[in-house]
Design a protein around this ligand. Structure first.
Ligand SMILES: Cc1cc2nc3c(=O)[nH]c(=O)nc-3n(C[C@H](O)[C@H](O)[C@H](O)COP(=O)(O)OP(=O)(O)OC[C@H]3O[C@@H](n4cnc5c(N)ncnc54)[C@H](O)[C@@H]3O)c2cc1C
Length: 380
């Protein structure tokens, strides 16, 4: 796939490809079956320097752009969407820390390969992550956090969380912090046993009087919304779209292999000899290539600072989530009973593909935002 990467980006993608083939793919079925966090894959990515991909060279990272992260995540998602989503959340967290964090936190990611994630979603604000209800209070020892977070990818396995709360005292919707996983007062309240992305470890997390240093604040008090929209949203939306794209590539490959090899005994013809099946395969390919084109253009628009870049960022995630549902439905259809009774990994991809639509910003909210943007109304 031509993602127009520079020489370093190509080398990093080659490393990711090797890990995808040798470590991620062989473990993918078991990762799903037993809802097991992909520890070996993350360790391999760490050893290959891929967890520091978006971290700046100044902090010891690879200093790569979102384009390379998109390529890496897409490649991982073709084998194991759970692993791709863990990496997506890590890159989002790493990007915010690299821009706003203290040197010690930046280096922990860039050189030590610590794993991060976003802890934005809450039981109270649900998918409306931009208006958290959890609190941050200034006390003599630092900042005291209280929260009920939900569906936090890598919850038990991350070394730190990029965390949202209401502002301490300034106006604004939120403030962002870095919170170490081993902070006193953090408890996992519900272990993730999901329909799809089962290896994600997306558990619920409670903070009861967790105290962190005030210097763990990322950006200014009350600046959270700006950070979410300007830093996190482009990164998360495009990486979510690349996860959708990778899944689509994966499922198309499995479906084509099946329809080309499954035969009728009476005349030896394959499923691919049926014109209806070929038409469905053609639709799967077209939808996958449509998303790839949109994602490429979103990357170009961001890099060239084109006017439509914010619109492309919203479109890419919505299109990824919806087109992915359509492609996975078609894959289940053409693979018939073999997919239904789990002879093929198609059913696993089908379940994984359901998540993108309900991951915030949820697709229905994105449609509203895109509609507002097209009609010249304020998006937020
Ligand atoms: C596998 C997985 C991993 C996740 N990982 C993380 C993570 O690492 N960090 C994190 O912070 N969060 C994470 N999340 C949480 C995710 O981002 C959402 O917050 C969560 O899935 C929303 O669920 P909800 O039921 O609370 O949504 P609700 O807010 O209850 O939304 C339910 C439905 O209501 C409709 N709806 C809601 N809002 C709007 C709107 N504004 N306009 C139109 N329709 C709307 C949509 O149809 C939506 O699907 C993860 C979720 C999943 C499934």
């Amino acid at each position: 796939m031509n993602w127009k990467l520079d020489a370093t980006g190509q080398e990093l993608l080659r490393r990711a490809e090797s890990i995808a083939e040798k470590v991620v793919a062989p473990a993918a079925a078991e990762t799903d079956k037993s809802a097991r966090f992909p520890t070996d894959a993350i360790a391999a990515l760490r050893s290959a320097g891929l967890l520091g991909l978006l971290s700046s060279k100044e902090h010891g990272g690879q200093g790569q752009s979102l384009r390379t992260a998109v390529a890496v995540v897409e490649r991982l998602a073709r084998e194991c969407p759970s692993t791709a989503m863990v990496v997506t959340m890590h890159y989002c967290a790493a990007k915010v820390i690299d821009k706003f964090g203290r040197d010690i936190h930046c280096r922990a990611i860039a050189t030590e390969g610590k794993l991060g994630t976003l802890a934005f979603s809450e039981a109270g604000s649900r998918s409306h992550f931009w208006i958290p209800v959890s609190t941050a209070e200034k006390i003599a020892q630092g900042i005291k956090l209280n929260a009920e977070k939900q569906l936090i990818t890598s919850c038990e396995h991350a070394d730190f969380y990029v965390w949202s709360s209401r502002p301490v005292q300034k106006d604004g919707l939120s403030t962002i912090w870095v919170v170490p996983r081993d902070a006193d007062g953090l408890t996992i309240t519900a272990v993730y046993d999901g329909l799809g992305l089962r290896g994600n470890g997306s558990s619920s997390l409670r903070a009861r009087n967790v105290v962190i240093p005030e210097t763990n604040r990322l950006g200014e008090d009350g600046q959270g919304f700006d950070i979410m929209v300007n830093e996190v949203l482009p990164c998360f939306n495009l990486l979510s779209a690349s996860t959708s794209l990778g899944m689509m590539e994966g499922v198309v490959a499995h479906a084509v292999r099946h329809v080309s090899s499954a035969r009728y005994a009476h005349d030896g013809t394959s499923l691919a000899d049926l014109p209806q099946v070929r038409a469905h395969v053609a639709k799967m390919r077209i939808k996958t290539d449509l998303l790839r084109g949109l994602l490429q253009d979103a990357l170009d628009a961001l890099e060239q600072q084109r006017e439509e870049a914010p619109l492309r960022v919203l479109q890419a995630k919505a299109a990824g989530a919806e087109l992915s549902l359509e492609v996975h439905d078609l894959a289940m259809r053409v693979c018939g009973g073999a997919a239904f009774r789990k002879d093929l990994p198609v059913e696993r991809f089908f379940r994984d593909s359901r998540a993108a639509n309900v991951m915030a910003p949820v697709t229905d909210a994105l449609y509203d935002m895109i509609g507002k943007s097209i009609c010249g109304l304020p998006v937020f």
